[in-house]
Design a protein around this ligand. Structure first.
Ligand code: AMP
Length: 126
């Protein structure tokens, strides 16, 4: 399967330093920054620095080092923002993909959301 990455997406521009961001954590392969339209007191986006559109793209083509770094960074963000159940009250991870997932930005990002009761995971289908 061939994945197509659009390097004009807004997160690519953030990674190139063309648009500012509110950084929470930066590692060798990963950047985490606050969502500009936060849905909860904690709403951080964790993105790989590499050019990956979706989680399935990332899992197929990223190196082991990138995958390990990204996975550890997501956990670190949970601890840094104190939503980890060990320090706070929990969180939800979301990675939207494609049309049905209602993905707005075509660069893989995991939402780390917490700081309030989030309710049920999905609304009933309409
Ligand atoms: P998704 O629907 O999963 O693609 O979510 C994209 C997210 O990116 C939304 O929650 C937006 O609020 C967020 N977003 C868009 N532009 C920016 C930006 N410049 N800085 C931070 N977050 C952004």
């Amino acid at each position: 399967m061939a994945y197509h990455y659009d390097d004009q997406n807004i997160f690519a521009k953030i990674l190139r330093g063309e648009i500012p961001n509110d950084t929470v954590l930066e590692t060798e392969h990963t950047l985490a920054f606050r969502d500009i339209n936060a849905q909860a007191p904690t709403h951080v986006l964790v993105i790989p620095k590499g050019s990956y559109v979706t989680f399935d793209h990332f899992s197929a083509e990223a190196s082991d080092a990138e995958i390990i770094d990204f996975t550890r960074a997501i956990g670190a963000v949970c601890r840094l923002t104190e939503v980890s159940p060990d320090a706070g009250n929990g969180y939800r991870l979301i990675a939207n993909a494609g049309r049905d997932g209602v993905q707005e930005v075509p660069h893989l990002h995991v939402h780390v959301i917490g700081g309030r009761v989030l309710g049920r995971m999905l609304q009933p289908a309409r």
